[in-house]
Design a binder for this molecule. Sequence first.
Ligand code: NAP
Length: 261
Amino acid sequence: MLMDGKVGLIMGLANKFSIAYGISESLRKAGARLVFTSQTEYFKSKISEIAADFGGHEVILCDVSQDGDIERAFDSVVSAIGKIDFIVHSIAFSDKDELTGKYYNTTRANFLNAMNISCYSFTETCRHAKNILNEGGSIVTLTYYGSEKVVPNYNVMALAKAALETSVRYLAEDLGEFGIRVNAISAGPIKTLAASGVGEFSRILSYDRQRSPLRRNVTQQDIGDACTFLASDMSAGITGEILHVDCGTNIIGVKFDDSKS
Ligand code: NAP
């Protein structure tokens, strides 16, 4: 199996609808062993139940907005099971009241918080990656097409994702000398807890489905399998890449609705 003997850390699994859940399923099927983080003690037992289904170890607390939490969490992983092979960063946050209407209404507080949790946390993850990852390790984060083109209501999250994507390139250069690869998956829309905070999300879903060359939305499995590829040695020559996993929607500029012609 592709991931036999590999161990990885999953950051950002909230529930069975999370993209991180689909990723965990795929990695597990490919033979990987998984460790999970939880932002709060409150959700830890829920995540522990899911982790147990995946044969996971103890869930480690990590609120990425708190100074020192990522480093502490990585130290706990290394003391519990030693160095690992990959990290999946599947974390983002914005006040949902600002994921609707005009972007210019974004407050300074939410701008900074969204950037901190959704972008800076990835930089910090990569800064400590050498302490937790074996040589040849892989780090994958999640982004979205709203960073490239305007998507209604995506607002401040689009800026955070644009910064995240640029981070991927700089971090890939920084970590390349240690044999560590850094990539992102630009996932098509999927109905999750975080996504349901984006205004008119169901319209984004159906618009994407109509435009997609494959005439469908992506699934958790599509994203999970692409992430397994990026976490595996099959992608050993790929770093600094933003891989679109969106049924091809991003390649479409204009699409006529034939039913109306
Ligand atoms: P999700 O299930 O709600 O996952 C978001 C995760 O971020 C949750 O586990 C949440 O933890 C965690 N998080 C937020 N603030 C945190 C903090 N301070 N410390 C640690 N963890 C924190 O939603 P999702 O859609 O799967 O999102 C995963 C990633 O995919 C995000 O980066 C998102 O932007 C990206 N993405 C999503 C879509 C989509 O359409 N769904 C498309 C492209 C990219 P709590 O539950 O404890 O708050």
